[in-house]
Design a protein around this ligand. Structure first.
Ligand code: ATP
Ligand code: MG
Length: 559
């Protein structure tokens, strides 16, 4: 049976065989190593599974470490024209069971590290488990070795056929489950065409090239870690430095080019979520700058980040302005905030060159169309479009300039369907094909940028005549020197409809009261933004992407 890479995303891999693709805890690996290990695994899978069990477009779930094993498994699945379903080591067993059962995978691939965790699940569901041994994805970097000519030829023929027939576009590639911030995670099925579009948009907007070296510290079961960081770097022939997991110390070491893993390369790109930036700032301020001579170290951190790293990106959740400001002070970098979601990949971005406005998420990526729509049951599509602002169109209905509404998206990046959820898929699109993000946005005409006000379902607090953004209040509260973390919600109120409530985590050994907060906020926030109710907690529960399930939080904290 023929083995081939069906993904044009990897068309480029052959051009870079001798370049370093991945650096991880086991060593350095070239693109040739990657092709070699993954095609070997692809063949093993074929031999192991009967063609009946592993049909075209079968899902294959995989639970690997944040290292080369992940890429090897993912590429091998694609070489067999399967749908890759990434699982995460931090998921509880019950979740793993849900994902495997929901995707109906006939096979699970894992590494030795996770056998104990996943074996009972595979036994219970009666799904075979393939354990990838360390030898099959580690070894010395061999830049001098020749490509296997027969493999190379097979791949070329395969690519040529796939491209000629333009088959890849609609071929299902991956199911990624949403972060589960507002409910049970939904399986998002995307095609190779979706991934290709998502990657190309980022290459163009953020100026990726093969000389980039990206530092990867994110979970590998969400679009941010999988597509934005890992796949885009491999598509470009760049180098991806993969830490086994995020921790502040090793991330700083890598960013500052200290330590074994990165001794011969220089990180040029970094992408993370706001909570990671917050942790990095906290670590730097409490463990590094206070302990060591402040000035020298601070100067070193700043000059090193400024001179060697070309871009630092934040996304997956709103970036609070105090974090952006502190990051600027410590590293000299204005974080580039972008907005996207699992269903669509990236949608809006601040510019690579040009002003990055705090609290705004810029404009659509190349090829993406967006608009702001207001629900209207009398309109044929269910929505009145009030603003269009992409490269092809730009107009706002007169008189609606200050109106917010639901952000709607179209483009080749938008997913195919929710896995086995036909009803949910139908409900997610307007009758004229716009995907409904569920997020409320506003177009700022003065600066010509979009702002995300929050999730329509939980972040827009309606109090009296006001529509208040919980994200705005969170941004303000985080500027308080003693507030370490916070989440703002609306609680039902007989008089006002809803009132603003905040869950707050203070810095250690600091006690605050509602009164303290009210006094501090008095001259900084509009009166109707100031929380009426405050609960202090030691931590706020957040998911793997650093996001809060606000519905759960309200039940847990306010009953
Ligand atoms: P679920 O759909 O399961 O409830 P989720 O929406 O958090 O979870 P993701 O697809 O990972 O799952 O996240 C997309 C959401 O993250 C967006 O709809 C938006 O609410 C939020 N988001 C992402 N980037 C930003 C940003 N820069 N500013 C504000 N919100 C953002
Ligand atoms: Mg969502």
């Amino acid at each position: 049976k023929k083995v081939g890479i069906v993904v044009p995303v990897f068309l480029e891999a052959e051009k870079h065989v001798n370049r370093v693709a991945v650096i991880d805890q086991n060593g350095k690996f070239s693109y040739e190593d990657l092709l070699h290990y993954s095609s070997n695994l692809a063949l093993v899978i074929q031999q192991m599974m009967s063609p009946k069990a592993l049909k075209k477009s079968s899902c294959v779930a995989f639970l690997c470490e944040n290292d080369l094993s992940y890429v090897v498994a993912q590429w091998a699945i694609w070489m067999n024209e399967g749908i890759a379903v990434p699982l995460c080591k931090t998921h509880p067993v019950s979740e793993l069971e849900y994902f495997i059962a929901d995707s109906q995978a006939p096979l699970v691939i894992t590494t030795e590290a996770f056998v104990d965790k996943i074996e009972p699940v595979s036994r219970k569901l009666n799904v075979p488990l393939f354990v990838l041994k360390k030898e099959s994805y580690t070894g010395e970097y061999k830049s001098e070795t020749q490509s296997d000519p027969s493999l190379s030829l097979k791949l070329k023929v395969y690519y040529a056929n796939m491209l000629r027939d333009n088959k890849y576009k609609n071929l299902p590639a991956m199911i990624v489950y949403t972060s589960g911030t507002t409910g049970r995670p939904k399986g998002v099925l995307m095609t190779h065409g979706n991934l290709f579009a998502q990657i190309n948009m980022m290459v163009e907007a953020w100026g990726w090239s093969k000389s980039d070296v990206v530092l990867h510290v994110l979970p590998l079961h969400h679009v941010h870690g999988i597509v934005n960081v890992l796949m885009t770097s491999l598509y470009c022939g760049a180098t991806c430095v993969m830490l086994p997991k995020f921790d502040s110390k090793s991330t700083w070491s890598a960013l500052l080019n200290q330590g074994q893993m990165v001794h011969s390369v220089q990180i040029t790109l970094f992408m993370a979520v706001p909570t990671i930036y917050a942790k990095l700032i906290e670590y730097l301020e409490s463990e590094v700058l206070n302990v060591n001579g402040f000035n020298l170290i601070a100067k070193f951190v700043r000059s090193s980040c400024q001179s060697k790293i070309r871009l630092m990106v934040s996304g997956s959740a709103a970036l609070p302005q105090p974090i952006m400001e502190k990051w600027m002070i410590h590293t000299g970098h204005t974080l580039l905030e972008r907005y996207g979601m699992t269903e669509t990949g990236m949608i809006l971005t601040n510019p690579l060159h040009g002003e990055r406005i705090p609290g705004a998420v810029g404009n659509p990526f190349p090829g993406v169309e967006v608009c702001i729509g207001k629900p209207n049951v009398y309109s044929a599509t269910g929505y009145d479009i009030i603003t269009r602002g992409d490269s092809k169109h730009s107009k706002t209905t007169p008189g609606m300039e200050k109106e917010s509404g639901e952000l709607l998206v179209k483009g080749p990046n938008v997913f195919k369907e929710y896995w086995k959820k036909a009803e949910a898929t139908k409900a997610a699109f307007t009758s004229d094909g716009w995907f409904k993000t569920g997020d409320t946005a506003i177009y700022c005409h003065e600066k010509k940028v979009y702002k995300i006000i929050g999730r329509t379902s939980v972040d827009i607090i309606k109090s009296g005549a006001y529509k208040i953004s919980a994200l705005d209040i969170e941004r303000h509260l985080l500027a308080h020197p003693d507030i370490r973390d916070c989440a703002v919600v609306g609680l039902p109120d007989l008089t006002w409809g809803q009132q603003v409530a905040a869950v707050i985590v203070t810095r250690p050994e600091v006690t605050l009261t509602l009164q303290d907060i009210k006094e501090w906020a008095g001259d900084k926030m509009p009166p109707y933004h100031i929380p009426r109710i405050v609960k202090f907690l030691p931590t706020i529960p957040r998911n793997a992407m650093g996001k809060v399930n606000k519905k759960d939080l309200v039940t847990q904290v306010f009953g």
